[in-house]
Design a protein around this ligand. Structure first.
Ligand SMILES: [Zn+2]
Length: 841
């Protein structure tokens, strides 16, 4: 034991002195000369690469300095993160190529167009997109970027000249500026001057929520397809502008691992990805292997990681004719850490990332014509595939809601997919599609396969293990009506650029205003109205007047006895309608067919004050999704209360408290639990998500009957035990529920069924009284994605929603995530209904 300690001590000294002597030479190929006029990282950021964790602002300063000093590099700012940091891109190529960059880009794009097969690729540069540290607390990538960008600017010799002549490198120095900054702050503020490799040190244990995610705690590496976040919006624009041949994504994994590069598990590749893509990925891998062999680093591939969900940076390129490559480096997290492979230093992790950034461009050089031809052939094959397709277009829309359809159209526009207006109103499959609220997506177009990836439903799979979600069918996520068209006869003109969403009030009223609850932004409008101190009521039943039908949940604002006069009210509502893109109707009588406007069946709606429980014990993703929804979509002020602080907070002013998905128990101690219970009894509405179900049940907020199976492994070997367990995970699939539209939780939904996203295995027995099951899964509810046979039996007829009274308050439970990753627009309204109409349930 003592000997071992002594040995570790020696290693420490050795590494510490290595760190003391740390210089850029540790990373760079030594046989080259470097241009002395190019500033080294230390000249700008004040420390050696790997000595400290680079903050995003220092990273940015260095990249700007390089662009200034080098005629090989230009820099652009493509937008800002939520926290206002620039989203930078470096374009690196020979000075000659810079002189004709737009021409190179046009030629590159033309290669994948019809007629591209005549293009000679012999002298065509290859386009490589290299991005770093999308997870902010996986910092070796972004830190390697310092040395890598220096190398690109300063390395000299015929080889580098040749490489720059033959490539355009799009370097994205930080995929996640806000997360990188948050993590660098943590690692640096906890750094010991005498570095300690002891895993127990605070340096290696970030506080909640950690630096992985962006400002609203989203995993940006799930957003390449739905593009809801500013970081991915900037990136996807660059991607479609350039259509790179290779895109790399440098990550980190557990400290005891080594280094991974794709290809991953051969059986876990999305079926829309061509086989040749994986073969080329493997060939590129041989360059990584050689390079890592040279520096003595251990590595592996073809295990662990899949290539399935196209929302990931390393998988998205595979559906659009590029090759996406995932790198995973064992993380030192802070500056130096003990591991099963010896002491792991931060510089060592940086060097592996640097080395594979170089082997990527080397592979790109050696495989240049092969990869260019692959991309050309990929699109040629797609053109004939699209031509053979019986389905000629997808149609989607919502008769009652223009905004949701508009937001899906917006995603398609960002993904470089052509969309058309609907020529005229039509009815298909019992659903009415209204011009203006509906869009036609022709399948015969360049990104044919990407459209399929977004619209298809898939329920059969070759493997039962998924690293992430198994379904993301966009029209279901948006709860839109959609249909396959066998001709383009209903397509109107192509939409060049989506126009801003409309919003209007039909006129000034002496009596009352009405708006149905279906439109996506109605909660934003209602909140604005209540904030102003105006009275509003909600219709418990449908009615009609002046030949117009008004559904459950219609909001009515009377003109009499308000804080605003008749004229001001009209002007105010006009602003609200524009802001929230809704249509408000002015009426001049209270008489209707059905409930009259003065009826007791119009319930008053109160101004809501909402708190969100965050912090240790809470799933930061789920909390962030809710925070983002309130803050950016509905502009409803939300108070984030930390689980640690809850015991000290005065809760009496809140009408609603939300507990997002939790890790294990909710992170709430006994006194906080009691406090919440008293608060509910006094009239509060407590809303819990996912496994908060168990906490509600255990602490007697709700009395729940869980459906459970007694799964026993039969004929499963020890070696296969993980696959057996893994197959029971519902990683993310879409299920159909029948809804009772008369229940306030379902106000604003026009159909009798609803698609729900689910990534839990919590199954609840329905209640005996049918009216207590306003949302219930159908007998065979799977719409898209993977679920095991055992769980498919459990979900049948189960219920994902419960509401129960407690004292004067309510407890509401959703077993499923209705706010998933900012793009599940279709079920956002359920949470808003719980907030605004919880008292009526
Ligand atoms: Zn990662």
């Amino acid at each position: 034991m003592k000997k071992a300690l002594l040995l570790i001590g020696l290693i420490f000294t050795c590494f510490l002195s290595a760190q003391d002597d740390l210089s850029l030479d540790y990373y760079l190929p030594q046989q080259l000369t470097y241009d002395p006029s190019i500033p080294k990282p230390i000249d700008i950021i004040g420390h050696e690469v790997g000595e400290w964790h680079v903050t995003h602002d220092k990273l940015m300063f260095y990249m700007q300095a390089l662009a200034e000093a080098s005629d090989r590099i230009t820099i652009e700012n493509r937008g800002t993160t939520f926290e206002g940091r620039p989203i930078l891109l470096l374009t690196v190529t020979s000075p000659e190529n810079h002189g004709r960059l737009e021409e190179i880009r046009q030629q590159h794009l033309a290669l994948s167009e019809a007629g591209g097969s005549n293009t000679n690729v012999e002298n065509m540069p290859i386009v490589v997109y290299q991005g770093f540290s999308v997870h902010g607390n996986e910092p070796s990538g972004a830190n390697a970027g310092l040395a890598y960008a220096y190398y690109l600017a300063a390395a000299q010799g015929p080889e580098i000249d040749e490489m720059l002549k033959n490539s355009v490198i799009l370097m994205d120095p930080s995929y996640n500026p806000d997360g990188l900054q948050r993590f660098a702050y943590w690692a640096n503020t906890n750094r010991n001057m005498n570095l300690t490799a002891d895993n127990n040190d605070r340096e290696y244990h970030e506080v909640w929520p950690g630096g992985r995610t962006n400002h609203y705690w989203f995993d940006i590496n799930r957003d390449w397809l739905p593009v809801q976040l500013p970081e991915s919006r900037a990136r996807i624009k660059t991607f479609h502008r350039w259509l790179p041949n290779i895109l790399t994504d440098h990550h980190e994994m557990g400290t005891n691992s080594t280094f991974f590069y794709q290809p991953g598990e051969p059986t876990r590749v999305h079926p829309l990805t061509p086989k040749l893509n994986q073969e080329l990925t493997a060939e590129i891998g041989t360059y990584h292997a050689q390079a890592l062999d040279k520096i003595g680093s251990l590595y592996y591939s073809e295990e662990n990681y899949d290539d399935y969900y196209y929302g990931k940076g390393s998988t998205f390129p595979d559906v659009v004719g590029s090759i996406g490559i995932l790198f995973e480096q064992a993380s030192s997290r802070g500056h130096i850490q003990e591991s099963e492979n010896g002491v792991l230093t931060f510089p060592f992790t940086i060097r592996n990332q640097f080395t594979t950034a170089l082997s990527t461009v080397e592979a790109a050089q050696k495989m240049r014509t092969k990869l260019l031809n692959y991309q050309r052939d990929f699109y040629r094959d797609l053109r004939s595939e699209a031509g053979r397709s019986k389905t000629k277009a997808f149609l989607f829309g919502d008769e009652k809601d223009g905004a949701k359809a508009w937001h899906l159209a917006e995603i398609l526009e960002r993904q470089n997919i052509d969309i058309h207006e609907l020529g005229q109103d039509i009815t298909l499959g019992g659903k009415r599609y209204k011009k203006g609220n509906s869009y036609v997506v022709p399948l015969e177009q360049k990104n044919h396969r990407l459209i399929r990836a977004m619209f298809e439903k898939r329920t059969t799979f070759t493997d039962s293990l998924f690293y992430d979600i198994s379904a993301w069918t966009f029209p279901l996520a948006f709860n839109l009506d959609y249909a396959e068209l066998t001709s383009l006869s209903n397509a109107g003109p192509r939409i060049g650029e989506l126009k801003e969403l409309p919003g209007s009030v039909s006129g000034e009223s002496p009596y009352a205003y009405l708006f149905e609850w279906h439109e996506y932004y109605t909660p934003k409008a209602l909140n604005q109205i209540l904030e102003k101190g105006l009275r509003a009521k909600v219709a418990q039943y449908p009615f009609s007047m002046n030949g117009v039908n008004y559904d459950y949940g219609t909001v009515m604002i009377p003109v009499q006895n308000q804080v605003l006069g008749k004229r001001e009210l009209y002007e105010f509502l006009t602003g609200v309608a524009k802001d929230s893109h809704i249509r408000i109707t002015a009426v001049n009588t209270g008489q209707t067919q059905g409930i009259d406007l003065g009826s007791g069946d119009f319930e008053p709606v109160k101004k809501q004050k909402v708190a969100l429980i965050v912090g240790e014990g809470i799933r930061s993703y789920d909390a962030g999704e809710i925070w983002h929804l309130f803050d950016t979509r509905y502009q409803i002020t939300l108070t984030k209360i930390d689980t640690e602080y809850l015991g000290r907070a005065d809760l009496s002013s809140y009408t609603d408290i939300i507990i997002p998905g939790t890790w294990g128990s909710a992170g709430l101690n006994k006194s906080s639990t009691e406090k919440l219970k008293e608060w509910v009894k006094a009239g509060g509405t407590l809303i819990g998500y996912r496994n908060t179900a168990n906490w509600f049940d255990k602490n007697e907020f709700l009395d729940l009957n869980f459906k459970k199976d007694s799964l026993v492994a039969k004929n499963v070997t020890f070696g296969k035990r993980q696959d057996f367990r893994g197959a029971q995970v519902t990683g993310g699939a879409i299920f159909e529920a029948r809804i009772d539209r008369s229940h306030p939780i379902n106000f604003g939904y026009k159909n009798n069924t609803l698609a729900l996203f689910r990534n839990t295995n919590i199954y609840l027995e329905p209640e005996k009284d049918s009216y207590n099951n306003p949302i219930q899964y159908t007998p065979s509810p799977l719409l898209s994605g993977y679920i095991s046979e055992e769980n498919a039996a459990l979900i049948s007829n189960s219920t994902p929603f419960k509401v129960s009274s407690m004292g004067k308050g309510k407890v509401i439970l959703f077993t499923d995530n209705t706010n998933f990753r900012a793009f599940w627009y279709g079920t956002n309204k359920l949470l808003m209904n719980a907030i605004f109409f919880g008292d009526m349930m």
